[in-house]
Ligand binder design. Structure first.
Ligand SMILES: [Zn+2]
Ligand SMILES: [Zn+2]
Length: 491
């Protein structure tokens, strides 16, 4: 016998027990929009059949004095639907459910069965120790779990898909060794196929399979997977690497680097000892287009106007030019560049070229590299990086000449060299020393010769220069001051 439940508002109106209260699924009264009670608020004990009056508990408490929790329309759906099914009134059924799923068309046996099947998974959530909102096992928690289970069928099939994503990976129960669908949906899927393969409830399996084809990215979907047909495979969202490889005319191993470098959109995750690689089907079409128009090493060299192969490889390593394939990427012996890789580079440069600039003393890219040869910026890739990081300014660009058409200000480059020297030797140039001291360059040179200004020869770039220590400047200034004072006295 079911534990006794009742609507206290109903017994206020007429004091007899309603048959429908006995149904376990019936947790609220649709007429009074209140939760049923199964315990006496007076003594806290479960309601007993053995009492003298319907309206009084054995402890004497008048059950009509109870004020049970009010529930909204959404929470009343199960009770309303159940009542309608029991009296066979189809007009009452699903009246509150928009976008309703086949769930609300099930007969009473299937309806109950499916609701309990899903309620068990919602209960799993309730047992989450972080969720302390209500004690497990009370009528209220039972009621809430049923409401949660029915919500799975709202906005069909969106909430169902949300539910599947939510239980994904939590319903395996057989250990770490499983992969793919078994790992993600193990026991759930087993029970789904066991219970609902035939009859009215089949929509649960059909929608699950639709989900696998359209959303699931946890493994390879093949016709070997139960319930997956040829048609599903044509429309699936995630395509396995083997098929991607076929369409692109490359080996399956070459697909992973493409996904890793985000040239193709996909997922890579461990699957047992191997790696699972799935590609977004839309992205695959895009990849096919990419593979149709590519640039060879020669074509790239011509457009950027730099012939040296090792320089171009340097640009690839610095990620300035994007390879589609090549030894650096997937051990392919040729280097194939993305068709737009040079355009992307040029667009990046163009954004840094001043619109209006009449710098007179300029040098081109090759000269700049030679000037900066002993600094960190003395290579094509490092100089470009310095330009992108706005450490070195471009003052002009003849795009038709490729990288060789870039123009730099000599003064800028000297400045970079000075700064570099400063870092390297902890000193400044003789020009700078002269400026700091407020004397001419010739006078400064003279002071070095006399040993008043302490400087040493250092090689910077392709030149030898004087490097003056900062301490030396201070002591030199003192000497100059004394000299000046002396000269004043003589006057
Ligand atoms: Zn009632
Ligand atoms: Zn009582």
């Amino acid at each position: 016998m079911y534990p006794l439940k009742m609507c206290t508002d109903c017994i206020k109106e007429s004091s007899f027990i309603r048959k429908v209260w006995e149904f376990d699924l019936f947790t609220a009264c649709p007429t009074h929009k209140r939760l049923l009670i199964d315990k006496c608020p007076g003594c806290g004990k479960g309601l007993s059949w053995l009492r003298e009056k319907v309206v009084r508990c054995r402890c004497g408490y008048d059950l009509r004095d109870t004020n049970p929790l009010q529930v909204n329309e959404n929470e009343l759906r199960v009770a309303t639907h159940l009542q309608a099914l029991l009296i066979g009134n189809s007009q009452l059924m699903c009246s509150t459910t928009k976008d309703h799923s086949p769930f609300w068309n099930l007969g009473i046996a299937d309806f109950t069965d499916v609701l309990y099947f899903f309620a068990r998974y919602c209960e799993g959530d309730k047992n989450d120790p972080t969720n302390t909102s209500q004690p497990v096992g009370t009528l209220l928690s039972h009621h809430n779990i049923l409401v949660q289970a029915t919500n799975i069928f709202d906005d069909w099939p969106d909430n169902y898909i949300g539910f599947l994503e939510n239980i994904r990976g939590k319903v395996n129960g057989r250990g770490e060794l499983d992969t793919g669908i078994t790992k993600d949906f193990g026991s759930f899927r087993r029970l789904l196929y066991k219970n609902y393969r035939k009859g009215e409830c089949r929509f649960l399996i059909e929608t699950f399979e639709r989900y696998l084809a359209d959303y699931w990215d946890g493994g390879y979907l093949t016709t070997k997977c139960r319930g997956v047909g040829e048609e599903d495979l044509k429309e699936r969202k995630w395509v396995p690497a083997s098929i991607v490889a076929d369409r692109l005319g490359i080996s399956p191993d070459a697909v992973v680097p493409l996904v890793e470098r985000e040239i193709i959109k996909g997922v890579i995750r461990p699957m047992g000892k191997r790696r699972l690689c799935l590609v977004d089907s839309e992205s695959l079409d895009e990849a096919v287009r990419l593979f149709k128009s590519t640039l060879t090493m020669k074509e790239v060299a011509k457009r950027i106007n730099i012939k040296a192969k090792h320089v171009i490889i340097g640009l690839v390593r610095a990620d300035i030019l994007k390879l589609l394939r090549g030894p650096e990427v997937d051990n392919y012996h040729h280097r194939i560049f993305l068709a737009n890789s040079v355009d992307v580079l040029f667009a990046k440069i163009k954004a840094l070229v001043p619109i209006d600039c009449h710098e007179k003393n300029t040098v081109n890219f090759h000269v700049a590299i030679r000037m900066l040869s002993r600094t960190d910026y003395g290579k094509v890739d490092t100089l470009l990086m310095a330009i992108f990081n706005e450490k070195i300014r471009i003052v002009g660009w003849d795009e038709n000449c490729g990288l060789a058409g870039l123009q730099f200000s000599i003064e800028d480059l000297r400045h970079v060299l000075d700064g570099y020297r400063m870092e390297e030797h902890g000193g400044i140039t003789l020009e700078q020393a002269a400026m700091t001291l407020g004397i001419s360059y010739t006078k400064a040179k003279h002071l070095v010769k006399k040993g008043i200004l302490d400087a040493q020869r250092v090689s910077v770039g392709n030149r030898n220069e004087w490097s003056v220590g900062e301490e030396s400047i201070d002591s030199c200034r003192k000497i100059l001051d004394i000299e000046a004072e002396h000269a004043g006295n003589v006057k």
